[in-house]
Design a protein around this ligand. Structure first.
Ligand SMILES: Cc1cc2nc3c(=O)[nH]c(=O)nc-3n(C[C@H](O)[C@H](O)[C@H](O)COP(=O)(O)O)c2cc1C
Length: 149
């Protein structure tokens, strides 16, 4: 299965660390949506979309790609999100967009990521050191399972 992971990781590169761990298991290509917002993914079977959570949703570049990017209904997607607080599913809005476009979401990975936004910065941030070794191990396990789906 040919796999690509598109990511937007702008706060502390938390999501980038996670997708790099996944790449080792999947032999996936990685593409930075901050450098190239609408890459051609027509040659891939599985497309991962990954970012931090910004105001409860995945990064705008991910949302834009989900709406306008060249995903086909035959392709499968998976979602990866890091967040300061794991109180909700931060990928829900992207899932809705993909569902409307008839793109199947194989699975979702979410973990905490170091967060110094706003008031949290004044207290030294939350989720310090995350993603940590265990998060990255979970990310690799998640990627292994994707490989056999
Ligand atoms: C502008 C901004 C808004 C954020 N909003 C949320 C939020 O609503 N919920 C949350 O749990 N984390 C929030 N965070 C924390 C990030 O989701 C978290 O630090 C994430 O790991 C960042 O990923 P990145 O380093 O890959 O960009 C926010 C961070 C920033 C900079």
């Amino acid at each position: 299965m040919k796999t690509v992971i598109l990511y937007a990781s702008v706060h502390h590169s938390n999501t980038k660390k996670v997708v790099e761990a996944m790449r080792e298991e999947l032999s996936a290509d990685l593409m930075d949506l901050m450098e190239e917002p609408m890459p051609d993914v027509s040659g891939y079977d599985i497309v991962g979309l990954a970012s931090g959570s910004y105001f409860g949703k995945m990064h705008q570049r991910i949302q834009d790609f989900a709406v306008k990017g060249g995903l086909r209904s035959g392709q499968r997607a998976f979602l990866v999100c890091t967040c300061g607080m794991r109180y909700k599913d931060h990928t829900a809005s992207v899932k809705r967009i993909l569902r409307k476009r008839d793109i199947g979401v194989a699975n979702t990975f979410q973990c905490r990521g170091y967060d110094t936004y706003g008031v949290f910065g004044k207290i030294g941030g939350i989720a310090k050191g995350r993603p940590d070794r265990r998060d990255l191990e979970r990310a690799r396990e998640f990627a292994k399972r994707l490989n056999v789906l």
